[in-house]
Design a protein around this ligand. Structure first.
Ligand SMILES: [Cu+2]
Length: 165
């Protein structure tokens, strides 16, 4: 190993340590631990073709539905708003909400965010997606709402914008 490689090794080591430290300080970065859930998981179907970018996209199932809405422009590394609202009169009585971002067929790491109960109902928070090394922008947002006996899950595919230069 030459001097330059050694410097890189040290740099990478500190970068990894820093990320680990920040993640441990801010649990929202890691999301909730996977709590054992003994209840029923109910899958909801998101409206096909609806991207939750600056608009609320509905997902519906046997207990009623909820909507998911992000800020208008979602770009890698730029925090954006997340809004989740159970439909009025629906049987979805959730105490906790979470959103997770994945790419089909590609491991993008854990991108899981807690969305906190909001004044006026529903849940609100922020999330951020990483940069895809291959330049892909197709993401799937999985929303999980947890109640005492049931858990409601829906997947919303959407297209992010490219990274700003
Ligand atoms: Cu990717």
């Amino acid at each position: 190993m030459n001097m330059q490689q050694a410097r890189w090794m040290i740099l990478v080591f500190f970068a990894v340590a820093l990320v680990g430290y920040l993640a441990s300080r801010n649990p929202a970065l890691l999301g909730q631990p996977d709590e054992p859930f003994s209840g029923e998981v109910v899958e909801l179907r998101a409206e096909s073709g609806c991207e939750p970018l600056g608009r609320a996209c509905p997902a519906t199932g046997e207990d009623g539905g909820f909507t998911l809405r992000f800020s208008e422009g979602v770009r890698p590394l730029e925090p954006f708003e997340v809004r989740i609202r159970p439909a009025p009169g629906s049987g979805i009585e959730a105490q906790r909400a979470m959103v997770e971002f994945e790419m089909t067929g590609m491991d993008m790491g854990i991108n899981r965010f807690r969305v906190e109960p909001a004044a006026g109902g529903g849940f609100a928070g922020q999330a951020v997606i990483p940069v895809c090394t291959t330049g892909r922008t197709d993401w799937v947002a999985t929303v999980t709402l947890s109640g005492t006996e049931r858990m409601w899950v829906a997947r919303f595919p959407f297209e992010a914008q490219s990274r700003q230069r």
